[in-house]
Design a binder for this molecule. Structure first.
Ligand code: AMP
Length: 281
C-alpha cells in the first residue's frame, strides 16, 4: 500500500528511519496523469533502489501558457492506483509554498546555455521553472537515484547540468521513451487529443523514423527538409525540428556519430514533443 504524504516534515519523518539504515531511495518526479511511460520509470526505480518515492505536482512555474496549465490533465485517483500497482512506497503531493523558497540556488544556476534552444526558445522561462521544482523536490526527498524519461531529452540534459553545477549528490538515471503501438510517444497531453487528432499525431514518429533510417546515407539538412515536408503535409503545425548534438544541443549540420533529432508540433491546441537518438551503428 502506498502512503500519501503532503508536506515536507511528514516526508522527512517517514524517510529518515530508512535513510539512517542506509536504504537506497529512488525518486520519480511527475506531473501526474500517469501512463505506462511513467510506470516504466517506476519499474526501473524498483529494480535499482529499495524504497520508491513518486511525486505528483503540476508545477505552475514551468507553464508559460496559462491555458496549458489550466487544461493539463489531473487524474489523482487513477494516479494513486497506478502508483500502488507499480509498488510505490510513498506518493508525495507537495505544497507550492514549501517548494519555492526565495533564495533557491536553482533560480540562478548556470545551465550552460542548454536552456536556450528548442523548448527554451519556444517556452521562455519553462526550464527555469523545471530546475526550481526539481531542485526543491531533490531537497525534500534527498534521493540516491532519480529517474527521468528520455522523452524530455532537453530537460534531462538540463537536470544533469544543474546537478553538476550545484554538486548535488543524486545519480540521474535516464529511461527510454515508451510509445503507443503506432509509435506516438506516450504523454499525459495525449489525453487531450480528439480521436482524429490522436490518429494523425503519429506522423511525428514517422518523421523522426525517416531521419533515423537514413542517418548514415543522407546529409542532415536533406533529412530535416524531408521530415519537415512530411509534417507540412499533415494537419500538425510544426514548431521546430532540429538535429542536435546530444551533449551541447547545438545544431548538427554535417554527419557525426551520434546526434538526436528533436521535434515539437501542435496537434490542434495540444503541443506535443518527441525525439529520437541517431547513432552510427
Ligand atoms: P511529466 O509527468 O510529463 O512531467 O513526466 C514525468 C517523467 O516521466 C519525466 O521524466 C518524463 O520524461 C517521463 N516520461 C513522460 N513520458 C514518457 C514516456 N512516454 N516514456 C518514458 N518516460 C516518460
Amino acid at each position: 500500500m502506498s502512503q500519501i504524504i503532503s508536506n515536507k516534515t511528514q516526508l522527512e519523518e517517514a524517510l529518515n528511519p530508512y535513510r539512517r539504515k542506509g536504504v537506497s531511495i529512488g525518486f520519480v518526479p511527475t506531473m501526474g496523469a500517469l501512463h505506462a511511460g511513467h510506470a516504466s520509470l517506476m519499474h526501473a526505480a524498483k529494480r535499482e533502489t529499495a524504497l520508491l518515492v513518486l511525486s505528483i505536482f503540476v508545477n505552475p512555474r514551468q507553464f508559460n501558457d496559462s491555458l496549458d496549465y489550466e487544461t493539463y490533465p489531473r487524474t489523482l485517483s487513477e494516479d494513486i492506483a497506478c502508483a500502488e500497482t507499480a509498488g510505490v512506497d510513498f506518493i508525495y503531493l507537495p505544497q507550492y509554498d514549501e517548494l519555492f523558497l526565495e533564495d533557491s540556488p536553482a533560480s540562478k544556476v548556470s545551465l550552460n546555455g542548454l536552456d536556450l534552444p528548442m523548448e527554451g526558445a519556444s517556452r521562455p522561462g519553462h526550464f527555469r521553472g523545471v530546475v526550481e521544482v526539481v531542485y526543491a523536490l531533490f531537497n525534500h526527498v534527498k534521493p540516491h537515484r532519480a529517474f527521468f524519461g528520455q522523452k524530455d531529452f532537453q530537460q534531462l540534459a538540463i537536470i544533469r547540468a544543474m546537478v553538476n553545477s550545484l554538486s548535488l549528490s543524486v545519480s540521474i538515471v535516464s529511461c527510454p521513451t515508451l510509445r503507443e503501438v503506432d509509435g506516438l510517444a506516450m504523454s499525459s497531453r495525449n489525453l487531450r487529443l480528439t480521436s482524429i487528432q490522436r490518429q494523425t499525431a503519429s506522423v511525428l514518429y514517422r518523421a523522426l523514423s525517416l531521419i533515423r533510417e537514413s542517418w548514415h546515407n543522407e546529409p542532415p539538412l536533406e533529412l530535416i527538409h524531408k521530415a519537415k515536408e512530411m509534417l507540412r503535409q499533415s494537419p500538425l503545425d510544426l514548431d521546430y525540428l532540429f538535429i542536435v548534438d546530444p551533449d551541447t544541443l547545438l545544431p548538427v549540420e554535417i554527419p557525426q556519430d551520434s546526434a538526436v533529432v528533436c521535434v515539437a508540433a501542435y496537434c490542434g491546441e495540444v503541443r506535443l514533443i518527441d525525439n529520437m537518438l541517431l547513432s552510427a551503428d
